[in-house]
Ligand binder design. Sequence first.
Ligand code: ADE
Ligand code: ZN
Length: 341
Amino acid sequence: MQQDTRAFILGLPKAELHLHLEGTLEPELMFELAARNDLTLPYDSVEHARAAYEFSDLQSFLDLYYAGCSVLVTEQDFYDLTWEYLTRAASENIRHVEPCFDPQTHTERDVPFGTVIAGILRALEDGQQRYGITYRLIMSFLRDMSPESAARTLERARRYGHRITGVGLDSAELGHPPDDFAEVFAAARAAGYRVVAHAGEEGPPAYITGALDILGAERIDHGVRCLEDQMLTARLAMDRVPLTVCPLSNVRLKVVPDMASHPLRAMMDAGLLVTINSDDPAYFGGYLTENYVAAADALGLSHSELVTLAAASFQASFLDEGTRQDRIAEVEAYGSARGVR
Ligand code: ADE
Ligand code: ZN
């Protein structure tokens, strides 16, 4: 990796569209919150926790991810979690974020929905004030829990109105197709929520089709398995459906064998609207810049392609059209100033 490519990526104005706030919980903060809440962790030390982050698939990661969430109890805990991420994002010139969170992971432990949302929103507002980072918040339903539980979560969100922009679907994908969630997503769409869904991470291309046709997803999280279905790929390209790809996540969860085999370039070559994101950076060894760097390095992405990817991150966002175009112009100006044509 040329040093100038890392610096180029770091300064590039970027949006992050696929980021689980709970997946930004660094072991240091996990220990701090455990002490604050008088809880015991299954790790002796920060180093021991990091050493345990070796995953064989999505489920092996989710087991540790949900265990880690147990230290998040008070509004201040959710504030600190979100604020640490935003401080990091500001240092990488991330200008807009659309993070998601998993309310059921917390309400199941009797942490009130209101506690979770208050801490997250206060930090996002502070981040907009202090760092100028705009945001849209996404609430994800857990696909390995029941549709009734998702419906109760949607009901709990009602009083927060448009402070939550979108709904999503995450957690263990295999064996949990989108079909069961048709009703709750229809209700969410009727209430004015934007819709995203994880699909085609470990699950087959049919889950992507289901996310589009059954849930009404406007944007697909991951979607890397779409290339296995030519008709679906053509449809995604034609309809400009954004796919929020997470390169380091895919390698760490063994969705792909290594970065050199990652389908990102093939997806770009197929005319898909792809963006680079970090998913759960505290667990996968890198935040947004590191995801761009790892992909650029392994796949030989040019500065011009990196500009295209950063512009796509704003294009695929839920920002209003005017702001979206302003941000894309900033990305292009950044490239032009550095000789990118
Ligand atoms: N929850 C947190 N990270 C996830 C991922 N990569 N896939 C599905 N659910 C998740
Ligand atoms: Zn994800």
